[in-house]
Design a binder for this molecule. Structure first.
Ligand SMILES: Nc1nc2c([nH]c(=O)n2[C@H]2C[C@H](O)[C@@H](COP(=O)(O)OP(=O)(O)OP(=O)(O)O)O2)c(=O)[nH]1
Length: 130
């Protein structure tokens, strides 16, 4: 099975986490952490900064790798590196997503996450002590 290697940003601000809703494709309407595929020769940190610049038009600083999720979808294997990140500059503009929400740690279960993200949310709850 093919493996897709992806980076995702868990962007935090004022004790909240940013969730974004996919606007297109197979997973349309599912909620995720913004990000995307790594390019050849690119470090995960460089990839997440680039993806967030493209998708949200903000500059972020990846602060900590929270977890790397390995998940089997029916037609590919996903490896996803999840970086706790903060916004360094800019205002969010959704260039690809249809919606975004800032979720309090107690609201993490209120959106319909993509299947692979359920594991990430479980990790996050441990980090936040929820
Ligand atoms: N960015 C992101 N992708 C996720 C998450 N959870 C999850 O299963 N995925 C999957 C969905 C996609 O298959 C892949 C992300 O790659 P991508 O964002 O470049 O996906 P895409 O389908 O838009 O690809 P493309 O058309 O731009 O080539 O990982 C998540 O939290 N964030």
């Amino acid at each position: 099975m093919k493996t897709i290697e992806v980076v995702a940003a868990i962007i935090h601000k004022d004790h909240k986490i940013l969730a974004t809703q996919r606007g297109y494709g197979d997973f349309k309407d599912g909620w995720e952490f913004p990000g995307g595929k790594m390019e050849k020769g690119e470090s995960p940190e460089a990839a997440i900064v680039r993806e967030i610049r493209e998708e949200l038009e903000v500059e972020i600083e990846p602060e900590k790798l929270i977890t790397t999720v390995e998940y089997d979808y029916p037609n590919f294997h996903l490896t996803m590196h999840c970086f706790l990140s903060r916004i360094v500059s800019g205002e969010i503009v959704l260039t690809e997503h249809e919606a975004a929400k800032w979720l309090d740690k107690r609201e993490l279960d209120t959106v319909d996450w993509l299947p692979a993200d359920v594991e990430v949310v479980t990790e996050l709850k441990k980090v936040f002590g929820v």
